[in-house]
Design a protein around this ligand. Structure first.
Ligand SMILES: Cc1cc2nc3c(=O)[nH]c(=O)nc-3n(C[C@H](O)[C@H](O)[C@H](O)COP(=O)(O)OP(=O)(O)OC[C@H]3O[C@@H](n4cnc5c(N)ncnc54)[C@H](O)[C@@H]3O)c2cc1C
Length: 420
């Protein structure tokens, strides 16, 4: 692993240099990538992070194996995999820096990887390899790195640029890049710094909310399902009506407080508080017709028949809620079977909330994209850029959030270099 000192250390820079071409705040995925690229394009870059350890989210991502991109990203319509008030905003950056570009970098550094599910690429080894790769790229760009370093007041003067008061003294640069991420997982360094800087300069922020997050259910309606914690099964899940309707076919996991698993994490980014979810527990199966058919030929209990298409625990939970269903299938009323099929194929339930930022993989909302250039990521405040998760662009589960971090960082670094 590369020592942090090796990327142009503080000691080398502190005495002689407090003026940079660009300062990047936040040494996560987007900040490291932007600093490295801008440094390699000849800019004197300072990268600051308030945390003891940088890039913690890369380290814990993908179960410790970093799902670093997704090769199924549709290059003709990359916005398809992203949520935000203006989903088209991300198009420009994502089509200029593609998953193939990042895969090329990973291969150049000799990092072995594999595809897991629906285009998701993971490291074969620990995700630290991606962090080391980014640090090596920063070293190649002579990026100065101060960390931990707290940033206090941010001032701007026309003609001079940005002046930052930090725990290591004052620094200046004509350009400032905010890459401080969202609010998820506060225990590893998340802060609202980016939103505060935006507010200071009069830039709008779309209200942040937890996304890619488990959903919770409260009250008596949930009681019959509380015992199903640990049960996982593939489902079709949907929310929203008409144009806003969104649907995923993924695995669902019952938890003690509600629902999780990829199906629920994906739909959580689209779910609006108070609105219901609709789940099909036997996607592709015509449960109504199957139950009618079984009634004509079988004397087995209904729960046993149902267990052909859904896990037995789930079948028991459903049948157990209605005494009329606790009997052999040939004795069941057609109406009761039709109602059961409806509940298996179109179960409607309204979450009471989410597990919040402690469990959310990302933060939806953020810097309003109407305040930013989709080409450069520069805001309406001259010389002030926002990249990565702090922006109102949220990817699907599966490597799309890192791809946004790389692509938005690349667009920004290119713009910084072009202005030199
Ligand atoms: C458990 C988990 C697993 C995930 N797995 C994946 C995955 O496999 N694939 C995927 O694509 N995405 C994944 N994500 C999402 C992904 O990690 C983020 O979208 C991505 O890291 C965002 O990059 P970023 O650089 O914008 O922000 P971050 O990576 O969060 O970096 C922000 C940096 O800014 C620093 N910072 C914050 N506030 C300040 C401040 N006031 N002053 C100075 N520095 C500050 C932080 O310390 C941090 O280093 C996962 C997220 C979590 C929580």
């Amino acid at each position: 692993m590369l020592g942090l000192q090796s990327i142009g250390g503080e000691s080398a820079n502190m005495e002689v240099n407090r003026v940079f071409d660009a300062i990047v705040i936040g040494a996560g995925a987007a900040g490291l990538f932007c600093a490295a690229h801008a440094g390699q394009r000849g800019l004197r870059v300072l990268l600051l992070d308030h945390n003891e350890r940088i890039a913690e989210k890369i380290r814990i991502s993908g179960g410790g194996r970093a799902n670093f991109t997704n090769r199924d990203l549709d290059l003709r319509a990359p916005q398809r995999h992203f949520v935000g008030d203006n989903p088209h905003f991300c198009r420009s950056a994502l089509s200029r820096y593609t998953p193939q570009h990042f895969i090329g970098l990973v291969e150049k550094h000799g990092i072995a990887y594999h595809e897991k599910h629906k285009g998701q690429l993971f490291c074969d080894g620990p995700s630290q390899q991606i962090i080391d790769m980014l640090l090596a790229e920063c070293a190649a760009g002579n990026v100065a790195h101060w960390q931990p370093c707290k940033v206090g007041e941010v001032q701007f003067e026309a003609g001079e640029g940005y002046r930052l008061q930090t725990s290591r003294g004052e620094v200046r640069a004509p350009r400032l890049v905010v890459a401080t991420g969202g609010l998820s997982i506060p225990q590893i360094g998340a802060s609202d710094f980016g939103y505060r800087v935006a507010a200071q300069f009069g830039l709008r922020v779309v209200a942040p909310r937890p996304a890619l997050v488990p959903l919770t259910f409260a009250g008596e309606g949930w009681a019959p399902y509380a015992d199903l914690a640990g049960l996982a099964l593939p489902v079709q899940i949907e929310t929203g009506a008409k144009k806003e309707r969104m649907s995923f076919h993924e695995d669902l996991l019952f938890t003690h407080r509600g629902l999780s698993g990829p199906a629920v994490l994906q739909i959580s980014s689209y779910w609006k508080p108070g609105s219901p979810l609709t789940l099909d527990f036997a996607p592709g199966v015509q449960v109504d017709a199957e139950l009618r058919d079984a009634k004509a030929r079988s004397k087995k209990r209904i729960a046993n028949e149902l267990a052909q298409w859904v896990p037995a625990r789930l079948a028991d939970a459903w049948v157990g809620q209605d005494a009329a269903l606790a009997r052999p299938i040939n004795e069941a009323a057609d109406k009761a079977l039709a109602q059961l099929a409806e509940r298996i194929g179109r179960w409607q339930i309204t979450p009471s909330g989410t597990e919040g930022y402690k469990k959310a993989e990302v933060t939806a909302g953020g810097i309003d994209t109407r305040e930013l250039s989709s080409q450069t990521m520069e805001s309406k405040q001259p010389g002030l850029y926002f990249i990565g998760e702090v922006v109102d662009v949220t990817g699907w589960l599966g490597g799309y959030n890192f791809q946004w971090a790389w692509a938005s960082a690349h667009a920004c670094a290119e713009a910084l270099a072009a202005q030199q």
